[in-house]
Design a protein around this ligand. Structure first.
Ligand code: ACO
Length: 440
């Protein structure tokens, strides 16, 4: 019967004749077909709309939906590959710095020396925040406020200090807000920590590198000459790099969605930070520490593994929605752990983590499900050894991810993308008349 079917050929950036591969969809109600070219591993969903107006794709959680075309980060989960603008994460972690990577994510190319110097200067000299933020805003939080809750609020509050940030289509003003957000988020983060433990705030020091300055604002106590250990500053920088971007994850999607309404970037970044706050996204490394503490010793590992295999619990820090191979970020973090422990002393939980990994990677349950350590398996151990309390772990993630969020926000504006407005499949009651109170 196929020859009865009329065919619509979808017009798009690449037509069927230019593409070597395509899919054909047939509406069995009408017999009409549509042939859609496969372009860059995706198909243009507007073809379905043309063929079947009013019929929507149901895809909660966006499991099979590409929400954007993006040239920023390439993630091949089957092969454990992560690249920013084409550069492998392993090379960036080894050879680059966080500020250089931030420039790369935002601009698409590595900076030359002059570009890097200008960028570094611009970031370094915008780390201060308005005194009202410190005196009035932070002091208003409850004494035991969670630092991540404070960070979400503080990032949103910045928009009230920079009203010109609403001009999102002005590239010059965009640059200014991008610059401010990357510069100030470590200051806000450290302030949230100091407020949460009742310690006086430490002002930024423009003579220090980005990670060293952050560690100084975090940990300086009664020593104006405090200098972070260079090994720890380097480890912090690498941890920021590996969190720099991860394509269309939950928080980045939040950034793009809020930004699509043309809200200012502080409001959009606050939305992204709020999305990161949740335990399904930014909070897993904290859960790993709790798990390792609960296991406590080698002797308890076999029973723990059995309870995981019985489905009673998850092995936290294992498995990933996209990676079905070893998360390349986990390998980088694991390799840095020894360097950090030489300075801080060994985190005793590392031995349990290594043994767990060894056993899990040999076990059929984990092998058959492609469950490997993800980035969160080892990061918490390093953070804890460096002196960060558990509730700061997600805050550290937010500092690293800020350039990624901003790159996606900028890219979506430059693409002239539409407002994000998905459809729904309505499953509620059919039309009915209002029932008065006396008749209910
Ligand atoms: N421990 C034990 N079993 C697991 C784990 C785990 N950590 N992860 C997945 N599985 C099992 C599932 O039970 C399922 O088994 P089944 O087929 O017998 O039902 C199978 O592996 C497939 O798992 P899904 O849940 O379908 O995988 P999904 O892609 O939906 O989940 C997720 C990914 C949420 C990350 C999951 O692996 C998990 O919960 N891991 C632990 C939490 C964690 O470490 N999160 C951090 C992720 S990295 C990040 O967000 C920065």
């Amino acid at each position: 019967m196929a020859d009865m079917y009329s065919t619509i050929v979808v017009k798009g950036p690449q037509t069927v004749s230019e593409s070597t591969e395509s899919v054909t969809i047939t509406d069995n109600r009408t017999g009409q077909s549509v042939e859609v070219p496969i372009v860059d591993g995706g198909v243009d969903a507007s073809a379905w709309r043309d063929l079947m107006p009013g019929l929507w794709f149901l895809d909660p959680g966006f499991g099979v939906t590409a929400s954007a075309s993006s040239a920023i980060t390439e993630l091949d989960g089957a092969n454990g590959v992560l690249r920013y603008r084409g550069y492998p994460i392993e090379q960036l972690a080894e050879k680059s710095t966080f500020l250089e990577v931030a420039y790369l994510l935002l601009n698409g190319e590595l900076p030359n020396q002059q570009e890097l110097d200008t960028w570094t200067h611009d970031i370094t000299y915008h780390t201060f925040i308005h005194e009202n933020m410190r005196k009035r805003f932070y002091e208003g939080f409850h004494y035991d406020a969670h630092p991540m809750g404070m960070l979400v609020s503080a990032i949103a509050a910045l928009s009230t200090f920079y009203p010109e940030a609403k001009e999102v289509n002005d590239p010059h003003l965009r640059y200014k807000q991008i610059n401010r957000l990357i510069s100030k988020v470590p200051t806000l983060a450290a302030m949230a920590y100091r407020a949460s433990i009742g310690m006086p705030f430490v002002y930024p020091d423009n003579s220090m590198t980005y990670p060293a300055n952050f560690l100084s604002m975090m940990f300086q106590v009664a020593d104006p000459n405090f200098q972070a250990d260079p090994v720890l500053a380097k480890a912090m920088d690498v941890l920021f790099i590996i969190h720099g971007d991860h394509e269309q994850n939950c928080s980045t999607t939040a950034m793009r969605v809020v930004g699509s309404s043309l809200a200012d970037p502080y409001s959009a970044a606050a939305g992204a930070t709020a999305a990161l706050y949740g335990p399904r996204h930014g909070g897993a490394n904290e859960a790993v520490i709790h798990m390792l503490e609960e296991i406590g010793s080698y002797d308890n590992i076999p029973a723990f593994i059995e309870s995981v295999k019985a489905g009673d619990r998850k092995l936290m820090g294992f498995g990933h929605r996209v990676y079905k191979a070893y998360d390349p970020r986990a390998r980088i973090v694991k390799n840095h752990a020894d360097e950090v422990f030489k300075v801080t002393g060994k985190n005793p939980l590392i031995d349990i983590a290594l043994k767990l990994e060894e056993i899990a990677l040999e076990d059929e349950y984990f092998k058959s499900r492609n469950l490997y350590p993800n980035v969160d398996f080892y990061t918490g151990l390093i953070y804890q050894a460096m002196g960060f309390p558990l509730d700061m772990f997600t805050v550290l993630f937010a500092i690293g991810r800020m350039p990624g969020w901003l790159s996606h926000w900028q890219e979506s504006l430059e693409q002239g993308s539409k407002i994000s407005r998905p459809r729904q499949v309505y499953v509620g009651p059919a039309a009915r008349d209002y029932v008065s109170m006396s008749e209910r």
